[in-house]
Design a protein. Structure first.
Length: 163
């Protein structure tokens, strides 16, 4: 019994030995709306023009009966977007992921690469979070992952569930 209890206590202590990586639920977190949402153009054509497009790759297609969904990767300097487009509506797209690695991209609500986190995100006091940690803020479906370096945002990743 004692060895099993000791093993359980060791397993529970593992997260504390890490670099302070944590996850928090934020009620209003969404990729496409609200205070933490991505601020992107309405149409796919406009999205492709938000900066110099360095690369575009078709990752896969999904047959949905009357139309196809195409999953694409768009690469700009300091920004990578994963999107899904639809053959029955050329203007429509939905973001699946966004990775921001440059301060030139001011599309992520209150989050900015190279800047400190806002003092509060939802009900989370960010001043007590460890520098150098990876913090996840999750909503009902979507997640924002923030990698910190010296209390500043080094990489910002949105993980989104399309409708």
């Amino acid at each position: 019994m004692k060895p099993a209890l000791a093993a359980l206590l060791c397993l529970l202590a593992l997260p504390a030995l890490g670099k302070g990586n944590t996850s928090h639920f934020i009620d209003k977190l969404s990729c496409d709306s609200g205070p933490y949402g991505l601020k992107l153009p309405k149409t796919y054509d406009e999205l492709r023009k938000i900066g110099a497009l360095k690369g575009e790759k078709l990752l896969r297609e999904q047959n949905l009966g009357a139309y196809k969904a195409s999953y694409r990767d768009l690469v700009f300097n300091g920004l990578r977007l994963g999107v899904v487009t639809y053959s029955n509506d050329a203007d429509k797209y939905q973001v699946v992921s966004a990775e921001i690695r440059s301060p030139q991209w001011r599309i992520a609500g209150p989050f900015r690469q190279g800047q400190a986190l806002p003092p509060r995100v939802g009900d989370v006091d960010t001043k007590v979070l460890k520098s150098g940690a990876t913090i996840e803020f999750s909503g009902a479906e979507d997640t924002v992952r923030v990698q910190l370096a010296g209390r500043r945002v080094s990489v910002l990743t949105y993980l989104c569930v399309p409708d």
